[in-house]
Design a binder for this molecule. Structure first.
Ligand code: NDP
Length: 437
């Protein structure tokens, strides 16, 4: 078996265990409290806090919805539909980056087609009165509850599969059950030759559910009030632009840390199956019963600012990938790129070379692309205005996640590229915010 997952050693062992155990135990109840507060407590953390103070643990158990048959049915039909689209829709053959043990995963790039078919099907089901998406909103708590337990069981399956039937040599145990369960064992787990589990959990279930739920919230507000507020329109449009960008660029996503470095375990898979549909969509969930009227000018300004941020974030990713795809033979902001040729050794002992771009967006800071990512999230949340903090939880969470990710990525690249990464850090000294951090 290959070496243990690299990600676990970034922080000190005590902090690593503390954060793993905290996230394993706190994330599930948090999802339920978030939903409860948004849907039943007016979005007010104080109201939920007072309820819990008054009713204690039993009160919390009482508000935790039991997974119902309808919740399982919705999840199963949606999951099966997405799995079928992933397997059956045509798409270009795309090769992922070379893995640490020298494998090159192959994918079918049909994400945009799956996204289009999913949204057209969902909206048509509503339009032709075959299925009303408000049913999803009305059973959201039960759905999250089912997802929490179902995804935990799924992660146990991943853990067992990693031990007994890994799909490739990019798999390994750290010798510690908690680390293996949390960070995962397999980098590219598959069912059969073609069904890639991380593409399903991260893209086709997680990211797709973001778009589906954004539309659901919009329809729910329409059915509640007979119209959709401009704040909801701005929020839904920006989220849909973001998810559309994601699927447009999905093959690029297969080159990122989530897929190429993070193994399939609780962190990535449970996160995409539960955290994305709940926390990532939460600003829209809040707006359903808080229809703020922004006015045309403010609504348009927020919309334009949000689209600009999503575009810049896309352009950062595009620039890096175009640079790598053309082996540095492309123009970056109209000029030949400045670059570092970095050699490294794979775990199987082969010497390889990667190019590091040091101009364009990647010359401003080493992870500048996180700035427009965070700002975009702010812009699709700010239509909620400032009556409550909770809609901003995603922005705060994302900021912490991306600052931590910048550190994890820097540490990983430093150990991969050694002196070449040091050279890059000398040339581009800031981690995320040019001139500041
Ligand atoms: P990427 O994987 O896209 O970029 C980091 C990797 O790129 C490094 O590991 C390294 O990999 C390579 N690299 C680093 N510097 C350079 C350089 N100068 N030139 C060329 N290659 C370089 O980062 P992320 O996965 O973090 O982000 C991808 C996208 O996903 C971003 O748009 C981000 O904002 C978004 N994102 C969104 C999240 C969310 O929850 N909403 C969470 C995380 C990311 P190698 O080993 O190949 O050299």
């Amino acid at each position: 078996m290959a070496a243990a997952p690299e990600t676990k050693t970034v922080h000190s062992p005590a902090l690593t265990y503390f954060s793993m155990l905290s996230l394993l135990s706190l994330c599930p109840p948090f999802v339920i409290l978030l939903w409860y507060t948004m849907v039943h407590a007016d979005g007010s953390v104080v109201q939920t806090w007072n309820y819990l103070k008054q009713h204690g643990l039993q009160g919390f158990i009482d508000i935790w919805p039991r997974p119902t048959a309808i919740a399982w049915k919705i999840i199963f039909v949606y999951g099966a539909f997405e799995a079928a689209l992933q397997l059956l829709l045509p798409g270009k053959r795309v090769e992922g980056p070379i893995s640490p043990t020298g494998n090159r995963p192959v994918y079918k790039a049909n994400g945009m087609a799956a996204y289009f078919v999913t949204l057209v099907t969902y909206i048509s089901l509503w339009w032709f009165e075959i299925f009303n998406p408000t049913v999803v909103y009305d059973h959201l708590g039960e759905i999250y509850s089912a997802l929490i337990f179902g995804s935990l069981i799924f992660c146990v399956f991943l853990y067992i599969k990693g031990h007994v039937a890994p799909s490739s040599t990019d798999s390994g145990s750290s010798g510690n059950l908690i680390i293996d369960f949390y960070w995962g064992m397999e980098l590219y787990p598959r069912i059969g030759k073609n069904f890639d589990i991380k593409v399903f959990t991260n893209c086709r279930f997680g990211m797709m559910s973001w778009a589906v739920l954004a539309v659901t919230y919009c329809i729910k507000q329409y059915e509640l009030n007979g119209k959709v507020s401009d704040s909801m329109l701005v929020n839904t449009t920006l989220m849909l632009v973001y998810v559309t960008k994601f699927f447009w660029w999905e093959a690029g996503y297969w080159n990122t840390m989530d897929i190429a470095h993070d193994r399939a375990g609780f962190y990535i898979c449970w996160g995409c199956l539960v955290w994305v549909p709940s926390v990532y969509t939460s600003p829209g969930m809040y707006l359903v019963n808080h229809p703020v009227n922004l006015g045309m000018q403010l609504a348009l300004s927020i919309l334009v600012a949000g689209i600009l941020c999503i575009y810049i974030n896309y352009d950062c990713d595009r620039q890096r990938q175009e640079f790598r795809r053309t082996n540095g033979k492309c123009k970056i902001w109209g000029k030949a790129p400045s670059k570092i040729e970095a050699t490294y050794t794979t775990t199987s002992g082969e010497t390889k070379t990667s190019l590091l771009l040091t101009s364009g967006w990647w010359g401003l800071a080493r992870h500048f692309h996180y700035v427009p990512e965070i700002l975009a999230a702010f812009f699709w949340t700010v239509p909620a205005l400032f009556n409550h903090f909770l809609p901003y939880f995603y922005v705060v969470f994302l900021t912490i996640l991306l600052f931590d990710r910048a550190k994890r990525d820097d540490d990983r690249c430093r150990s991969k590229y050694g002196k070449y990464w040091k050279l890059y850090c000398n040339k581009v000294p800031y981690k995320i915010i040019p001139g500041i951090y």
